[in-house]
Design a protein around this ligand. Structure first.
Ligand code: GNR
Ligand code: NI
Length: 172
């Protein structure tokens, strides 16, 4: 396993639409393990492959709050089957939008069809943080970030802050 570099805003790669995976083989499994290790190292609860620069429809997640307990989840080619019309609000953050947080409304429940780590078809009924997180990750597959739901002003302030941060920390 290896920790990979997480891409941060502003970066055009994050706006790319990810491509479906043809088969879940050894390479895809290695990528998923690397993504999981990268996510744990960054204290995140989810990660999409595009965040490590790979435009494939792969997501890893672990929303377990207990210390020293792991509940990794792997999603390949996920499709949302059903969204509850009722919305829920969570304060979201994103490893690609470091240190920025905002309340975002999303459908409170959803059903997701996907392939698991072994390429087996699965159907998951999600609610609460799990539903929010999977929708946040699936947005990444379409090149969408949570800041896209904010007002133009708030979004541009965040992007400005992050690009300043980038230029101040760039190698010389
Ligand atoms: O670590 C993360 N926390 C989080 C909190 C609320 C809603 C969504 C998330 S996902 C985020 C990790 C990330 O950037 N995934 O793409
Ligand atoms: Ni994110």
């Amino acid at each position: 396993m290896a920790i990979r570099t997480i891409i941060t805003e502003p970066n055009k790669l994050l706006r790319q639409v990810s491509k479906p995976v043809n088969q879940v083989g050894k390479e895809e499994q290695k990528l998923m393990k690397d993504m999981l290790e990268t996510m744990y190292a960054a204290n995140g609860i989810g990660l999409a492959a595009i965040q490590v620069g790979i435009p494939q429809r792969i997501i890893v997640m672990d929303i377990c709050k207990e210390e020293n307990k792991k509940e990794p989840r792997y999603f390949v080619n996920p499709i949302i089957k059903n969204k509850d019309p009722l919305k829920a609000t969570y304060e979201e953050g994103c490893l690609s939008v470091p240190n920025q947080f905002a309340d975002i409304d999303r459908p409170s429940k959803c059903e997701v069809e996907y392939l698991d780590y072994n390429g087996q078809k699965q159907l998951l009924k999600a609610e609460g943080l799990l539903a929010t997180c999977i929708q946040h990750e699936m947005d990444h597959l379409e090149g969408i970030l949570f800041i896209d739901y904010l007002s133009k002003l708030k979004k541009s302030m965040i992007i400005k802050k992050l690009s300043k941060l980038k230029s101040s920390t760039a190698e010389v």
